[in-house]
Design a protein around this ligand. Structure first.
Ligand SMILES: [Zn+2]
Ligand SMILES: [Zn+2]
Length: 263
């Protein structure tokens, strides 16, 4: 299993527009503090799975040479996760004009229908158009290289898909829990002892709908993943300073970080 952090920033990205300067903010001379909106790309037994597509999705694909998508999963339809979906059009072209399977919650799919009505089709309307084959995310989605277990994570007034990927051949497991205020019993159970956990850790101070770094570390210690990466960070999180304070086995993710779990 290979996975790639396309983006690790919060909804405004880092730096945000007209970002204030100060001691509390991250050092922008370190590229690891430049964060585009959250998204990951996985390769599972040769199949390509894209999770979320925010405003920088096209640039992320070019930067990281993403040239194939077989399945698209939308964790939830907040703007920072959904607004790049129009650029999935290129992946429909690359599949010879096929619709792309798009999985989400019922609420997520409703929002996709409202934002991209022209893309809800069995085939692209013409070359260069996107086409989405909307499917409600099942509890377990079987793909050729393994399976993806899905659970619901509380995130303010909505629920977000928490995803646990298992590769059949290597037995490696990865949990992707972005945009959540806490984990449910089921989420803990599904992720227990995974090889890699990716978890929401917005900033140091508490927030109503996201875990802060302290909450993310506590959840990670409960799950006991071999390695944990914190994602969806604001400009208050400085890579170097925060990294030096984290326990062993827990690190901050950064844009472009790629991991090969089959090795
Ligand atoms: Zn978000
Ligand atoms: Zn969100």
């Amino acid at each position: 299993m290979k996975f790639l952090f396309l983006g690790t920033g919060t909804s405004q990205g880092v730096p945000m527009i007209a970002q204030p300067e100060g001691e509390e903010t991250c050092d922008l001379s370190n590229r690891k503090n430049w964060r585009t909106r959250c998204a990951v790309h996985l390769e599972l037994g040769g199949e390509h799975i894209q999770v979320d597509a925010g405003p920088e999705f096209r640039l992320q694909c070019i930067e990281n040479a993403v040239d194939s998508i077989d399945h698209f999963i939308l964790t939830h339809a907040h703007a920072d996760h959904v607004m790049g979906m129009d650029d999935l059009r290129r992946f429909c072209d690359l599949k010879g004009g096929e619709a792309l399977p798009v999985y989400s919650t019922t609420e997520g799919l409703d929002r996709v229908r409202a934002i991209f009505p022209y893309a809800i089709a069995h085939k692209p309307a013409s070359i260069g158009y996107p086409a989405f084959n909307l499917r409600r995310m099942p509890d377990r989605l079987e793909v050729s290289g393994g399976w993806i277990d899905a659970t619901r994570l509380p995130h303010g007034s909505i629920e977000v898909l928490g995803l646990v990927f298992t590769e059949k051949q290597s037995g490696k497991r990865l949990a992707y829990y972005t945009d959540c205020k806490r984990l449910t019993e089921q989420a803990y159970r599904l992720a227990e002892g995974v090889d890699v956990l990716v978890i929401d850790g917005l900033r140091h101070s508490p927030h109503q709908t996201h875990m802060n770094i302290e909450e993310a570390v506590a959840a990670a210690q409960h799950i006991k993943a071999t390695q944990t990466y914190i994602t969806h960070m604001t400009y208050f999180v400085d890579y170097k300073k925060t990294s030096s304070e984290l326990p062993d086995g827990i690190a901050l993710a950064y844009d472009g970080l790629s991991i090969n779990l089959s090795e």
